[in-house]
Design a protein around this ligand. Structure first.
Ligand SMILES: Cc1cc2nc3c(=O)[nH]c(=O)nc-3n(C[C@H](O)[C@H](O)[C@H](O)COP(=O)(O)OP(=O)(O)OC[C@H]3O[C@@H](n4cnc5c(N)ncnc54)[C@H](O)[C@@H]3O)c2cc1C
Length: 357
């Protein structure tokens, strides 16, 4: 008989988990407190990358996930991902070279690009350094639309999606999680997956588990739509920019978005001014709106995926960089939930490492 699995949360992580579970024959129900598509997900800068600052196991996981995005694109034709590559010089030159040397050692060389080539890749940039690096394997997508495409793909495989249905707590019987409590009572399942983003710790708390995580704020400024001005992702010191499918230039001070620290409007205006100074053709474009999202982040910054406290019937997936990691985490979660096999790439990402007590 098919395993009945509840996935709490319909952001890009829950959607990918639901898709992979349904594809492997599980009977899946996604339960979402609000509208479908997630909270952090809709506020994401949505850069698919294995960039600097990642220790090797995390780099390998990200790389695997990027590879799996390609496979998913061949399975789900409506998945729109632009594999534009990323142009990067948001580190001091010596650190940038060290980052490139590390990637070359790990078998993922970056291309060193001089001022002239930077202008060829992005002809509209007004201020460019002597050199930067180009990461050809990076991409971008529209996060809310993507989460919904994944949910639709899961639905086509029989998944039921219940929106506007908050889970009040996890239902437990004799030490086993047996489903979730909602306004309409307990919904039963053989397995319950918590993919509730920044709210995940609260749900774990309902069964006596403490999960240490944070949810730092990140602001992104969206310009009014423009003609095509950028070809891909550009990461400069203090300004990360990309152009969306509908022509808006989305800017943050780094990939995670700037922390507005109580002055969101001023920060958004400042970012837009930087965009207009940096991109020829963007002068006078104007800010359309800004978003502030909260990044679900385990206390040590790395993904947490697995059975917390080996609790029967319960599985947890919480991560930053979820736009990059959704394919691999969805695939690996489905394997572990359905046949008990844990991918070796998850070795250091158990929720039972010291962040969970
Ligand atoms: C500003 C910013 C920039 C970012 N930039 C990048 C980037 O460039 N690249 C990258 O890879 N990642 C980036 N991220 C991170 C990435 O967006 C997140 O890791 C990812 O969206 C997390 O997805 P999720 O599904 O876990 O969470 P969410 O999208 O938050 O989804 C969780 C869902 O669970 C639901 N939920 C919560 N509690 C309950 C409950 N009790 N009952 C039912 N439903 C519930 C919520 O309503 C929500 O819909 C960025 C994030 C932010 C905020």
């Amino acid at each position: 008989m098919a395993k009945r699995v509840i996935v709490v949360g319909s952001g890009i992580i829950g959607a990918s988990i639901a898709y992979h579970l349904a594809k492997s024959g599980a009977e899946v129900k996604v339960i979402e407190a609000g509208e479908t598509g997630g909270l952090a997900t809709r506020a994401s800068w949505a850069w698919i990358n294995a960039s600097w600052g990642n220790p090797e196991p995390y780099f390998r996981l990200r790389l695997k996930s990027i590879e799996h995005w390609h496979k998913m694109q061949s399975e789900i034709p409506l998945l729109a991902i632009t594999w534009c590559g990323g142009l990067i010089w948001d580190l001091p030159p010596a650190e940038l070279d060290a980052y490139a040397a590390e990637r070359a050692k790990w078998g993922q060389p970056l291309r060193k690009v001089g001022r002239g080539e930077i202008h060829v890749i992005e002809p509209t940039l007004t201020t460019v350094p002597d050199f930067g690096y180009f990461a050809p394997g990076e991409g971008m997508l529209e996060p809310l639309a993507t989460a919904r495409v994944l949910l639709d793909a899961a639905k086509a495989l029989g998944t039921e999606v219940l929106a506007e249905t908050p889970v009040k707590w996890l239902a437990e019987e004799h030490g086993r999680v047996i489903g979730v409590m909602t306004d309409v009572g307990v919904i039963h399942a053989d397995e319950t997956v918590v993919a509730a983003g920044a709210q995940s710790a609260q749900l774990l708390d309902s069964v006596g588990l403490t999960f240490r995580m944070t949810a730092p704020a990140g602001l992104l400024a969206h310009s009014k739509p423009a003609r095509k001005l950028l070809n891909g992702l550009v990461m400069t010191p203090g300004l990360h920019i990309r152009q969306t499918a509908e022509g808006r230039i989305v800017a943050g001070t780094d990939f995670a978005g700037a922390d507005p620290e109580g002055n969101a409007v001023a920060l958004a205006i400042d970012l837009q001014a930087k965009v207009e100074a940096m991109v020829e053709g963007a002068e006078g474009l104007g800010l359309d709106f800004f978003t502030v999202g909260y990044r679900p982040t385990p206390a040590d910054g790395f993904p947490a995926i697995g059975r917390p406290d080996e609790r029967n019937g319960l599985y947890l997936v919480v991560t930053h960089s979820g736009v990059t990691l959704a394919p691999a985490l969805g695939l690996f979660a489905s394997h572990e939930i359905l046949d008990g096999t844990r991918d070796p790439l998850l070795a250091t990402f158990s929720p039972d490492r010291p962040t969970l007590t």
